[in-house]
Design a protein around this ligand. Structure first.
Ligand code: GDP
Ligand code: CA
Length: 326
């Protein structure tokens, strides 16, 4: 039995629902080893202002999942939520008719917005939100800056990522994605330090463009990843050439990346070149692409990648730790 706190120090970069499923596995795999809590650096590109409150969908997805408060049927929001306030907002013509805000969820947004208005940073707020339930990991936002993702369309118009996804279901062809707020942003306090002192850095199988993309675009983030002595290991969110859920295929096509496990690996790139990855976990369905990944200078590891429950995700994490020599 390992001494408590004696196991590997793990940093995870993650988006929302896929990131949450992966994080549940990280928590389980590390708890079994008696390792310290992982640090999870979460995308805040999905954040938005709506009806006067600040929403942080990816932070909340991970928070609720770790706390066991998430709606597993619907796939987002709080279990057992109601929509009374939302109906009232709709009656006023406030907010977005296509964007539902649950009553319990609104409680989170009000708490967060109140704290922000009192002058707390986004990191402070995430730390406060993390106190209510024992999460078993440390959540950090990627940055304290407001860095909402915008989608630029072929006609030059621009809309918030949430409008593009939730209202239009990714049906408007994107030209590119941008995070104007990142220009003068820095990684949130603790992020660079966690990466520097990590034993392994894991990329969750999150959307490579609109979840991990904004995280990696925070000025200083790539430098931190290139500088760490820890191996950087990614997990494919593409299985058998298809996204498991969501619209990563539309996003990848927009930035000229093939929707395949090897395409995404090459997009992140080999650390031995000018990229970020030491190793890449591919699904068994994509075993035929392992040679392509190896040829790109990234160590391929073929394993089962379906995150059907926390223990399935924990097995993926165990494999990653083994590849890291931990
Ligand atoms: P979002 O912010 O809620 O969209 O979630 P993320 O960006 O964190 O994750 C979305 C990605 O997770 C999608 O590209 C999916 O293909 C991927 N994903 C979802 N479920 C699974 C799974 O069971 N296994 C793997 N390998 N990837 C998954
Ligand atoms: Ca997201």
């Amino acid at each position: 039995m390992a001494l408590p706190g004696a196991g590997p120090r793990v940093v995870v970069l993650a988006g929302g629902v896929g990131g949450a499923k992966f994080t549940l596995g990280v928590r389980e795999a590390l708890a079994r080893r008696g390792a310290p809590e992982a640090t999870v650096v979460v995308n805040t590109g999905d954040d938005l202002w709506l009806s006067g409150v600040r929403l942080q969908p990816d932070i909340d997805s991970i928070l609720y999942a770790l706390a066991g408060q998430n709606d597993t049927q619907r796939g987002w929001g709080r279990a057992g939520d109601t929509e009374r306030v939302n109906e009232e907002l709709q009656a006023w013509g406030a907010g977005w008719p296509w964007f539902t805000l649950g009553d319990l969820d609104l409680g989170t947004h009000l708490a967060r917005t109140g704290w922000l208005r009192e002058g707390l940073t986004v990191s402070d707020v995430v730390e406060r939100l993390s106190r209510r339930w024992p999460l078993g990991v440390r959540l950090l936002p990627m940055t304290d800056a407001e860095a909402d993702t915008y989608v630029v369309l072929e006609d030059g118009s621009r809309l918030h990522f949430q409008e593009w996804w939730t209202r239009h279901r990714a049906a408007l062809t994107p030209l590119r994605f941008e995070n104007p707020g990142l220009v003068s942003a820095a990684p949130a306090p603790g992020v660079v330090e966690a990466i520097a002192s990590a034993d392994v850095v894991l990329f969750a199988p999150s959307n490579p463009v609109v979840s991990l993309g904004p995280i990696l675009a925070v000025p200083g983030m790539r430098e931190a990843l290139l500088a760490t002595a820890a191996p950087v290991i990614g997990v494919s969110g593409i299985i058998g050439g298809r996204v498991v859920r969501g619209m990563a295929d539309v996003c990848l096509t927009a930035i000229g990346v093939e929707t395949s496990a090897s395409g995404v690996a090459s997009h992140y790139g080999a650390r031995s070149g000018d990229g970020l990855l030491d190793a890449w976990l591919l699904a068994e369905e994509d075993a035929g692409l392992a040679d392509v990944v190896a040829a790109a200078g990234i160590r391929p590891e073929v394993t089962a990648l379906w995150m059907t429950d926390a223990s399935a995700s924990a097995s993926i994490v165990d494999t990653a730790l083994r590849v890291a020599g931990l």
